[in-house]
Design a protein around this ligand. Sequence first.
Ligand SMILES: Nc1ncnc2c1ncn2[C@@H]1O[C@H](COP(=O)(O)OP(=O)(O)OP(=O)(O)O)[C@@H](O)[C@H]1O
Length: 307
Amino acid sequence: MREESEHKEHVGHEGHEGHDAHEGRHVHPHSHVEGYVHTHDHSHDCPHSHHGDVPGRAILQVAGVSFEYRSDPVLANVSVGVARGEILAILGPNGVGKSTLLKCMNLILTPKTGTVLLEEKDLMKMSGTEIAKNVGYVAQRNESAKMSVFDTVLLGRKPHLGLRVSERDYVIVEEALSRFGLLEMQLRSIDELSGGELQRVCICRAIVQEPSVLLLDEPTSALDLCRQMAILGVIRDVVDHHNVATVMTMHDLNLALRFADRFLFMKGGMVYAACDRSGVTADVIEAVYGIAVDIVMHKGLPMVVPR
Ligand SMILES: Nc1ncnc2c1ncn2[C@@H]1O[C@H](COP(=O)(O)OP(=O)(O)OP(=O)(O)O)[C@@H](O)[C@H]1O
């Protein structure tokens, strides 16, 4: 099994400008990250919300995946797919295996059984560079180093670089830095950033990588309320306008309901429910988290309120 050091192609972006944070996923702002505009502009054909398990349309398809750390079983027979233009939220209590599943989706961890297909190609048969070109990943905990914010984000271009950094690479990086509100701190060393600033840098790095699949492990865990909305707004925008598929693990059910299209609830290392917003019921939440909740509607969006 490959442990989690290998292709840590952090994904990163988060932005402030041009997002409709208060409207969440129902409003898709028309700003964009420059890099995607030049290379994958599918803005006219991106589907928005999808239901069920998208088996036929999934760009990334996990089938029958099991995983164990040494001999401790963590995942059992997990199957799920994510389509272009949609955000899948992986939900469930601490330690249930959300991060492990995410790491199996780009083979940072190698599943014990099962397959992971990217556009119907077996990920196990792809090179690390090929995976990195297609799948961006931002870890839950990000390593820092003595490197500037600019250089860190530029590293996201690595899978695409030729012999040297091109003008286009610089344009993509600068555009993304701007969207993530990082321009002013681009010369600072990332080992001097706050946890939330570093999280934004890492998401920004993943975005400039221009992946077709983004895997984000608790992308808002270190962010304040305003930046949670901003960054999820930018991610939603990239997903909507550049036909990217995104999977994110989350704890905040209300943020998930606001920004994601589909929801994978895990319990005991298995899939308990895979549904769209209408399937997120008080019964499911109680069964998965062991807490009684009410689901109330607020401005057209369901909200989970613990009793
Ligand atoms: N490197 C590791 N070696 C051994 N066990 C691990 C390792 N990483 C995670 N585990 C265990 O595997 C289980 C699943 O962990 P994982 O991080 O996937 O859960 P999670 O649902 O993402 O949790 P959280 O919500 O707390 O982040 C936990 O019991 C955890 O202790």
